[in-house]
Design a binder for this molecule. Structure first.
Ligand code: SF4
Length: 268
C-alpha cells in the first residue's frame, strides 16, 4: 500500500509559474517539498490546506536533478524578476536546499528569494544554506507563545522562545538582505503591537511585510495554491478567516515606520 507521507512521486512539477506577486513582481516558483504538503507549522490561514506532513525533520523531498532539469527546460524566461523558493511547505526542511540554490544560480540569472517560517533558522546548516540568497523573508506572525499556538500551530516540540532565538541568531549573523513577514489575522491588542514594534527595533530587518489573508482558507490539499493564486469555489472546503481591514494594516505600518528603521510594505 502507498504511504501518503513517503510517496512523493514526480507527477508533481517542482517548478511552477511564473506568477505575479504583489511583493516580488514576476516570480518563478521553485518547490523543494513536492506532492505532499510538509511543514513545521500548520497555519490557520495556510492556502495549501491542512498540512499533510507536520514535521521539523530535514530530509530530501524532491531530487535536486529533477528541479534542475525542470529549470533547464524552461530557461531562459523573459522579464523574470525573481525566483522564489516556497511552494508546498517550509523550504528549509529540504536537506538539498544548498544544492538547489547552487544549481539555480548557474541556470537562472535572477535574484533568489527564500520564504521561511523561521523554525529552523537557529540551526547552523540552515543559516549556511541561506547565506548567499538575495532576500530571505522570515515569517513572524506571533508575539507570544499563546499567539503562536493560535495562528501557526507548530509541531509540538517547537516553542515561541526557540523560534525567536533562531531569528535573533540569524539576524546577527546573516550578511545579506532579509525581511520580516507577518500575516495579521484577528485584531492585535495594543500590547501585541508594542511588542511587535519592539521586536522590529531589536531585529532591525531591512523591510517588514505586513499581510492579511485575501481568501477564505482552503481545508484540503491544493497543489495549485503554491503560486498563491488559487481560486476555489467549493464552499465545503473553505473556512472564513477573521481578518483585520486594509486600513488597520496601513495604520500599523505607519506606526512601525515611525518607530523603527525598517521600511514597511503592505497590500493596498
Ligand atoms: S508556514 Fe507557510 S506552508 Fe507552513 S503552514 Fe504556514 S503558511 Fe502553510
Amino acid at each position: 500500500m502507498t504511504n501518503v507521507l513517503t510517496d512523493r512521486s514526480t507527477s508533481c512539477k517542482a517548478v511552477y509559474g511564473p506568477v505575479e506577486s504583489w511583493r516580488f513582481g514576476y516570480s518563478l516558483g521553485v518547490d523543494p517539498i513536492g506532492a505532499i504538503s510538509t511543514c513545521s507549522f500548520n497555519c490557520a490561514y495556510c492556502q495549501l490546506g491542512n498540512i499533510q506532513h507536520h514535521t521539523q525533520q530535514r530530509q530530501v523531498f524532491v531530487p535536486t536533478e529533477q528541479i534542475l532539469q525542470e529549470l533547464a527546460a524552461l530557461a531562459p524566461i523573459p522579464d523574470l524578476n525573481v525566483v522564489t523558493l516556497s511552494g508546498s511547505g517550509e523550504p528549509t526542511l529540504a536537506l538539498n536546499l544548498d544544492k538547489i540554490l547552487t544549481g539555480l544560480r548557474q541556470q537562472i540569472p535572477c535574484p533568489i528569494v527564500v520564504l521561511t517560517n523561521a523554525t529552523l533558522l537557529g540551526t547552523a546548516g540552515v543559516q549556511a544554506d541561506l547565506e548567499s540568497v538575495d532576500l530571505v523573508v522570515v515569517k513572524l506572525d506571533a508575539v507570544s507563545a499563546d499567539h503562536l499556538q493560535r495562528v501557526n500551530r507548530p509541531c509540538s516540540d517547537i516553542d515561541f522562545d526557540t523560534i525567536l532565538a533562531g531569528i535573533c541568531s540569524f539576524a546577527a549573523s546573516h550578511r545579506g538582505k532579509w525581511a520580516l513577514q507577518t500575516m495579521m489575522l484577528a485584531p492585535w491588542s495594543e500590547a501585541e503591537r508594542s511588542r511587535y514594534i519592539q521586536l522590529v527595533q531589536e531585529l532591525n530587518p531591512a523591510e517588514v511585510q505586513l499581510n492579511i489573508p485575501r481568501r477564505p482558507r482552503v481545508l484540503e490539499r491544493r497543489l495549485d495554491a503554491r503560486g498563491n493564486h488559487v481560486v476555489v469555489e467549493e464552499p465545503d472546503v473553505l473556512r472564513s478567516l477573521n481578518c483585520i481591514s486594509n486600513a488597520t494594516v496601513r495604520e500599523f505600518a505607519q506606526e512601525i515606520e515611525a518607530q523603527t528603521n525598517s521600511w514597511v510594505r503592505y497590500p493596498v
